[in-house]
Design a binder for this molecule. Sequence first.
Ligand code: AHR
Length: 314
Amino acid sequence: MLLASAASLLIGASAHAAGLTVGFSQIGSESGWRAAETSVTKQQAEKRGVDLKFADAQQKQENQIKAIRGFIAQGVDAIFVAPVVATGWEAVLTEAKEANIPVFLLDRGIDGPEDLYTTMVASDQVLEGKVAGQWLVKEQAGKDCNVVELQGTTGSSPAINRKKGFEEAIAGTSSIKIIRSQTGDFTRAKGKEVMEGFLKAENGGKNICALYAHNDDMAVGAIQAIKEAGLKPGTDIKVVSIDAVPDIFKALAAGEANATVELTPNMAGPAFDALEKLKKDGTVPPKTIITESKLYTQADDPMKVYEEKKGLGY
Ligand code: AHR
């Protein structure tokens, strides 16, 4: 009986990715969401018996390119990469292709030929922006609204696509206008700093009706700036953002944020599933594996969601 259960354990392990070595070039730790994605990826690798080589690029594409070259030299079985910006990947990904190493893009896309990667696990980032914009259109119900926008990292696919989606959502509503838009680089500190500038430039914030932030961390920084300017975030200035990290649920519960669009930090799970199938019998995954984009508002029992999320590695 002992032998039988040991054998079944082994069979279970071999059905997973045990024995594979995967290099993961992560962007850095600019946001709570990013930290969660890193933890989930490490947990998923451990659970599946994958030897994960982790490289933190500290927000620099050149570090990612170096890390990918290192993974190629080590002859890893696959490379996972979360590309910090969309352009500039052709040379290094061609090298991976020539070395027959499949590349999996996690959470961000690239501008370049699709044959340079096996699959991309990501959200529909245009849809995320649209969901945020549609929420504001509904909330305003025809009332005028000047919006300030905190963009993500310049040149990154979420910054480009979330801007596009939001603009599409408000396009048919002449009462809603983006009056200022600047990058906050997806960080809390930059979100606060740029919001301070917006508030100063717009009559202490009196001309601003809503903030649209491409991620929750920038929104949390901006909420602080709004409070320091003597205004009430969530009431004087409505706040809508993307990610659904635990801290935004605290802000939703306190009435200081209004809506967020969820981005799952579990990009690695579907990527490992696809890699396992590819290695097992050559099953080629679809070019994109799209994750869900769910809207949360103050009506969704934010403290309950906070409690559920807070231990998940954010
Ligand atoms: O690419 C996903 C984005 O990157 C997240 O929305 C943001 O928080 C992160 O930095």
